[in-house]
Design a protein around this ligand. Sequence first.
Ligand code: ATP
Ligand code: MG
Length: 138
Amino acid sequence: MERTVVLIKPDGMQKKIVGTIIDRFEREGLQLIGLKLINLTQEMLETWYAHHKDKPFFKDLSEFMKKTPVVAMVLKSPNAVNRVREVIGPTDSTKAPKGTIRGDHGDSIQMNVVHASDAPERAEFEISLLFKSTEIFG
Ligand code: ATP
Ligand code: MG
């Protein structure tokens, strides 16, 4: 069994597709074991996006991520990290195939509706940043 983290970003919140997105993962066989709304702080974003901190788009990206609360969830299944990344599609929504969450609902490389962990170790790190152990059920 593997765990992964998904965030529904402010564009997904504003489009009111939280239920649609969770439904896609549940239909794919992933089990929801953690779920909450959270306001990301600048400090959290600097940790979360440390690999992008010196990029020209970081300021805009962090402003975007603070626009509304985000939904944070933990999903569990065999091979969860790769399965979720297949369901969401590639980073750039304009290049994501129809049938993926980003292809169906995203607008751009920044406004791409969801975040998902890119490796099992990274998922565990993201879980520790967002959730207490008592908030995970499974
Ligand atoms: P995520 O981590 O959100 O699942 P990802 O792993 O597909 O996305 P990363 O390279 O980790 O992509 O980038 C994290 C986020 O930073 C992207 O989802 C996107 O919102 C933003 N981003 C990445 N590259 C760019 C860019 N060139 N211009 C603007 N925003 C970008
Ligand atoms: Mg990433």
